[in-house]
Design a protein around this ligand. Structure first.
Ligand SMILES: [Zn+2]
Length: 443
């Protein structure tokens, strides 16, 4: 991706792009086409044996979406909105190419390169320059402030519990009346042997047994750059948002209130699980929250509103592309997994047919093509790749409920969200949507 973004050598961009989208598609021992054909057939056959029309019907029955038609309905609704935006972005890049006067037409291997140029031209925004406003300890305090305002949670640093590394800190989480909610471990920096990325995990899940509530032990793990001899750990806005995201999963685990461990915290349907995390991202850059934590680590100056605006505007850039490549892959996933038993498809022809049907433009490929679509053929997301955006619709809707209440910390909304949303309705052993502003019919 950095090569596609920065290299001015068009022929090399083409080479690397074509190599990228043809992974496991060279008719050699690493080719996946035959395996894809078999997987599609076997999954449909298995679903048939279990009494389902297709693999997607089998998978989705336990998700919020319930049926492939519901998932597809949302994907198509968003597709219709996103495709014109992507076409507009392509037109902007073409206009830039025209001004360069080389007589070139925008191709897929030009997108990243020209998107970067348009971005610089339109936004003159450098995320790195914002780091001084996002000192790690300040972001953490901003998060604790948000959790306190929303859910009355109080965080106390514990010095007397074992931690697995000296850089890990542990917090006791209590509600306002002093009840123990759980423990939260924070592990922020990369180390040799530590996996990359950011995630939430639980060492002990919440449950209720004969002795009462078992308090959960939850952990957030990140890979933020560590402090140096002269500077504290400073995050980019993206990293600050990631921290809020993982904290949302952590709150899901901490505020869990169920009897059975198997249904605790994040053990919810896949198209729901990113709601509690993604919704927290909305608070990270709200002016009221920024005012609590986003101060320059040297001068104490609050992050200027103009910089925040630039940051938000830049984050909307190229979203037509991002949404279209994601939706294309999601629709492809649903297409493979709604095939009936007895199917015998030719993967690339099938993929092309599906993409032609939805009108994908040649300058964009699905985020994952069939031969390397690991999420759906190996990663447990079969008939489930749609769930990222399903959760995104829910989290936007949920945050809108706070906005509609006129206060991002509205207590009645927060209470309703906590009680009704973050908890599985056990008696049905399935998730039920209770918050009034979210109605499955809308999706
Ligand atoms: Zn997540």
């Amino acid at each position: 991706m950095p090569f596609l973004q920065y290299s001015s050598q068009r022929n090399l961009r083409k080479d690397i792009y074509e190599a990228y989208i043809n992974r496991c598609n060279h008719n050699d021992e690493r080719d996946n086409k035959e395996i894809v054909t078999q997987l599609a057939a076997l999954r449909a056959e298995k679903a048939g044996l279990l009494g389902y029309t297709s693999h997607a019907d089998f998978i989705l029955e336990e998700n919020m979406a319930k049926t492939p038609a519901k998932a597809n309905e949302l994907l198509h609704q968003l597709w219709d909105a996103a495709l014109p935006v992507a076409k507009q972005e392509a037109a902007e890049m073409q206009a830039l190419m025209n001004r360069e006067g080389k007589g070139e037409q925008l191709e897929a291997w030009d997108w990243f390169y020209y998107a970067d140029k348009v971005r610089k031209e339109k936004y003159a925004y450098d995320a790195e320059a914002l780091r001084p406003y996002f000192k790690l300890e300040n972001v953490r305090e901003g998060l604790f402030f948000t959790a306190k305002k929303l859910y009355g949670l109080n965080f106390h640093l514990l010095k007397n519990v074992p931690v697995y590394h000296e850089e890990v800190s542990a917090y006791e989480v209590k509600s306002d009346d002093g009840t123990l909610v759980g423990l939260l471990y924070l592990d922020f920096h990369p180390r040799t042997s530590k996996r990359g990325g950011a995630w939430m995990t639980s060492y002990r899940k919440q449950s209720i047994n004969a002795n009462g509530r078992v308090a959960p032990i939850i952990s957030i793990v990140c890979n933020f750059s560590r402090p140096t001899a002269t500077q504290p750990a400073l995050l980019t806005p993206d990293e600050a948002e990631t921290f809020f995201h993982e904290a949302g999963h952590a709150l899901h685990g901490l505020l869990s209130d169920v009897t059975y461990e198997t249904l605790s915290g994040t053990s919810v349907p896949r198209d729901f699980v990113e709601l509690p995390s993604q919704v927290m991202e909305h608070w990270a850059f709200e002016p009221e929250v920024l005012a609590q934590y986003a101060r320059h680590y040297e001068t104490g100056e609050l992050i200027p509103a103009a910089l925040v605006e630039k940051m938000k505007a830049a984050s909307r850039f190229n979203q037509g592309f991002a949404t279209v490549e994601y939706l294309a892959a999601s629709l492809l996933d649903m297409a493979y997994h709604t095939l009936p038993a007895g199917n015998n498809i030719v993967p690339l022809a099938f993929e092309k047919e599906q993409m032609d049907t939805i009108g994908l433009i040649p300058q964009i490929a699905p985020r994952y093509r069939s031969t390397y679509f690991q999420h759906i053929f190996a990663g447990g997301y079969s008939a489930g790749y749609y769930s990222y955006i399903w959760s995104e619709v829910l989290d936007s809707d949920a945050f809108a409920a706070f906005k509609e209440a006129g206060n991002i910390f509205d207590q009645a909304t927060a209470e309703s969200f906590r009680k009704n949303y973050w908890r599985k309705v056990e008696r049905k052993n399935q998730w039920t949507c209770i918050l009034p502003s979210v109605n499955e019919n809308q999706m």
